[in-house]
Design a protein. Structure first.
Length: 416
């Protein structure tokens, strides 16, 4: 599985990008643990806090194409450093915010902008331009697994920090933790890792984006990724609340989020390997359909700690494992020259769904007292996403072994 990234340069680039994503995604995906403590401390209400986090979901997505375009034009170094610093500032300011507007500024704008600048579009785009074609699928899986590892590591740590130092101390600690990724930026963007020359035709950023937005397959990819964002943002924001409704301790929520992250490490690596073996659209369709099945199983099962952990492991396997095949399709359709920008636009669609998942979850619990309607919507959207991925235009995967077997036959004139 890892043969294609064994060269020292490719391996260093991959691990540096994975490490940065571990920190930015670990911080971002743990914010749902602060919802109840912030509400108890400030009395702002679940809907108000959910709105701030929902704005953060959209802002994170909106930053992807912007940060990607800047990185494509000027290089990723300044983008990544700036993103990590802004993420830390947003976390550090949050304890001083006592209003909904204040939370929107700190968590919804600053933290989300920083995390977005140091996330998938810039990191996968930077890595893809620094390695050969055959290494990109596996590398994107490893990078994506770094984000999942961050969720696995950060969730229990943040929950422990909240219980020991309170949510304010935990938020300040999170700000310091985000700065630990700064040394990795130098490893990813060091001069020795300069992008190789590409044979791809360069139509320019503007023409490439305009052409992409007229491409049916690209738009279908956006529609499927919208559902992924809805699903993930709803669970990251409101899984602690769902656990509380069942009368289970907060530790069940933090460990469930950690298990999701751990399972997605394996799911991301597996997805990265599947990109080289199967058409990515089929990988995506299977992932989205499996989520609908898992949610139905969850709704029918008793709400016990063990069942939560089983549910988390099942969801975690496909959690953000959708990223490698989605990025692969974008790269196949348009090349990697502007991958950071084009994949960033796809992530924007993801986060439009994320905004709705986070905010509508807050409205649903406030109006109905549970999340039932959100689960039903998630099932329908997951099935729809699976169907929408099937018509995407994607060439068949070439089988090197088969090609090698056919070559001698062709040389003998058996194949016209």
């Amino acid at each position: 599985m890892f043969r294609s990234i064994r060269s020292p340069e490719v391996l260093l680039t991959t691990l540096a990008a994975a490490g940065i994503l571990m920190v930015t995604m670990g911080a971002r995906q743990s914010l749902g643990l602060f919802v109840a403590p912030i509400n108890e401390s400030t009395g702002l209400g679940i809907v108000t806090i959910s709105l701030a986090l929902a704005v953060g979901q959209f802002t994170w997505g909106a930053m992807q194409p912007v940060a990607g375009a800047v990185a494509d034009r000027y290089g990723p170094r300044a983008v990544l450093i700036g993103g990590l610093v802004v993420l830390a500032i947003g976390c550090a300011l949050t304890p001083f915010m006592t209003s909904g507007i204040g939370l929107i500024v700190s968590l919804g704008l600053l933290s989300a902008m920083g995390a977005g600048a140091g996330s998938f579009s810039v990191l996968i785009g930077a890595a893809a331009q620094r390695m050969p074609l055959e290494a990109r699928g596996t590398a994107s899986g490893v990078i994506n697994a770094g984000g999942s590892l961050g969720q696995f590591v950060f969730a229990p740590i943040i929950q422990k920090l909240i219980s020991v130092f309170g949510w304010m101390g935990a938020m300040w600690s999170l700000a310091l933790l985000t700065l630990t990724a700064l040394p990795l930026v130098g490893k990813l963007t060091q001069p020795g890792a300069a992008p190789p020359k590409h044979a791809e035709a360069d139509a320019g950023l503007k023409n490439t984006v305009v052409g992409a937005m007229q491409d049916r397959s690209y738009l279908l990819l956006h529609a499927g990724f919208f559902t992924c964002g809805f699903h993930i943002a709803f669970l990251v924001t409101h899984l602690p609340g769902e656990v509380a409704l069942c009368g289970l301790p907060p530790s069940v929520a933090s460990w469930s989020l950690a298990i999701i992250g751990l399972a997605n490490i394996f799911g991301s690596l597996y997805a990265g390997s599947c990109v080289a073996k199967y058409r990515s659209k089929y990988v995506l369709a299977w992932m989205y359909a499996s989520r609908a099945v898992l949610i139905v199983g969850y709704l029918l099962a008793p709400r016990t700690e063990l069942n939560y952990y089983i549910f988390a492991a099942g969801l975690g396997f496909t959690w953000l494992a959708t990223v490698p095949p989605t990025a692969a399709i974008v790269g196949k359709l348009f090349g990697v020259r502007y991958l950071a920008t084009l994949f960033g636009l796809t992530l924007l669609s993801h986060q439009v769904g994320g905004f709705l998942g986070a905010y509508l979850g807050g409205l649903t619990i406030s109006r109905f007292g549970d999340f039932g309607w959100m689960w039903y919507a998630d099932i329908v959207l997951s099935l729809l996403a699976a169907i929408l991925n099937l018509p995407i235009r994607e060439a068949r995967i070439e089988r090197p072994i088969i090609a090698a077997q056919l070559a001698p036959v062709a040389s003998k004139g058996s194949i016209p």
